[in-house]
Design a protein around this ligand. Structure first.
Ligand code: ADP
Ligand code: ASP
Ligand code: MG
Length: 401
């Protein structure tokens, strides 16, 4: 007998028919003699709809209240799925995050899981129940409901798999696995049989939303092998694990992130210490900066540009405008019509010319690059948002066609 964790995303439980479909997958697994813990997300666009409702009433609502509201989406889907399982003649029990033992930090709307006390889940499994757990949520030490940030149900599933030493953690979604690019956007995207944690972590962080990046981080830390597969089609999916048997491909995928903005501070005196001062102001506010570009000094002045998450953009600009005089800077410029396009692949470490190939694809498509950043296994460029899809397709074609 094995312990299997199965996670189903929002589109997999979007309506009654899909909920019944999930119930059949889950009960088939149980009927083969396995213990099954199921993690589900809110149905379809429920989370977006709840955010909109909050927005209508008070755009500046506290994050505690936002969490109280957002966590409601998953409560609907766990109870419906438990009912569907009962209908098929099996025993099920639904549990909210706190009932399932999810202890988190208290940073509302982006809480981190500190621990999963799985004793209640264990007791329910011992009673031969299929346990259905609400993803995306937990409880802070103050006894308040928290959520883990968008896409957080993947992390809930991996956390249960880690704390209960599950034999298998399956992430069911609306595509058949992890592809070389978003299969809904790129025609020739290819399904990967397997991918390493490190490459998947980069792809997820750089915009491939098929897995939440924190779930991959946690899977790597606790060495939980993940299987990403479709809840609608019976086909083998993608295995995410430490070492892959496949020969290293030059790149394993192309990702797009449009949730970024570029900030430029111009006319800063060309003196030591100013970059330090400027970025410490931002880190004091917990604002993460990504690609940084500093111009060569000219006429005693320099410019510094960098990217931040779009939802922290305004705060970043306000903070720097307040500090501009101290820096002696001329202007703070802001542009959120940009996109970050990245290629990821462990094969890059041992092959020259990978970045050049990417730049050539952009040149062929007449797309201008604003900024570039590289690491051992990735190259990212910042471009105009209008060119984003065209760029992904052009780069993908260059490497895979
Ligand atoms: P779920 O609701 O199951 O969590 P998500 O919408 O969060 O599903 O993630 C699945 C979506 O991720 C797919 O529908 C697909 O459009 C998108 N996606 C982006 N990049 C990739 C990729 N490289 N491979 C597979 N899917 C991707
Ligand atoms: N329902 C949450 C969201 O839409 C969590 C998830 O889907 O993973 O972000
Ligand atoms: Mg998701």
């Amino acid at each position: 007998m094995s312990l299997i964790v199965q996670k189903f995303g929002g589109s997999s439980v979007a309506d009654a028919e899909r909920v019944m479909n999930v119930a059949r997958i889950v009960t088939d697994t149980f009927a083969k003699g396995n213990d099954v813990v199921v993690v589900v997300s809110a149905q379809g666009d429920t989370t977006d709809d709840l955010i909109e409702k909050a927005q209508e009433i008070n755009p500046n609502a506290t994050r505690r209240e936002k969490d109280m509201l957002l966590a409601a989406g998953e409560q609907i889907s766990i109870s419906l799925l438990a009912m569907a399982i009962e209908k098929l003649g099996y025993h099920a029990v639904s549990l909210l995050g706190w009932q399932a033992g999810f202890e988190t930090t208290s940073s509302h709307t982006s809480a981190r899981i500190k621990r999963v006390d799985a004793s209640r889940i264990r007791r329910e499994l011992d009673k031969k129940n299929i346990v259905v757990v609400a993803g995306f949520q937990g409880l802070s030490k103050y006894g308040d409901i928290t959520t883990l940030g968008r896409g957080g149900s993947d992390t809930s599933a991996v956390a249960i798999a880690a704390s209960m030493h599950a034999d298998l953690c399956q992430i069911y979604t609306d595509v058949e696995g992890v592809y070389t690019a978003d299969p809904r956007k790129v025609k020739n995207a290819q399904k990967l049989k397997e991918i390493s944690y490190d490459e998947m972590l980069e792809l997820a962080t750089l915009g491939a939303q098929v897995l939440n990046n924190r779930s991959v981080e946690m899977a790597k830390k606790y060495n939980i092998e993940l299987e990403v597969l479709s809840s609608m089609a019976k086909a083998s999916g993608t295995i995410v694990k430490e070492k892959t048997k496949m020969e290293k491909m030059l790149i394993s995928g192309v990702a797009k992130d449009t949730e970024v903005a570029r900030v430029s501070v111009t006319g800063i005196p060309n003196l030591p210490g100013l970059a330090f001062k400027m970025f410490s102001k931002l880190s004091a506010k917990d604002i993460n900066v990504d690609i940084i570009l500093q111009s060569i000094g000219h006429d005693g002045k320099k410019d510094i540009s960098f990217t931040v998450a779009k939802d922290r953009g305004q705060e970043t600009v306000d903070c720097l405008k307040d500090y501009m005089e101290n820096l002696g800077a001329a202007e703070v410029l802001y542009d959120d019509n940009v996109a970050k396009i990245s290629i990821v692949g462990a094969g890059m470490e041992s092959h020259a010319g990978v970045a050049t190939k990417m730049f050539e694809a952009l040149y062929d498509a007449q797309i201008n690059i604003q900024m570039i950043s590289t690491s051992e296994i990735k190259v990212s460029v910042l471009i105009d948002a209008v060119d984003a899809d065209k760029a992904v397709s052009a780069i993908h074609a260059k490497f895979f066609d």
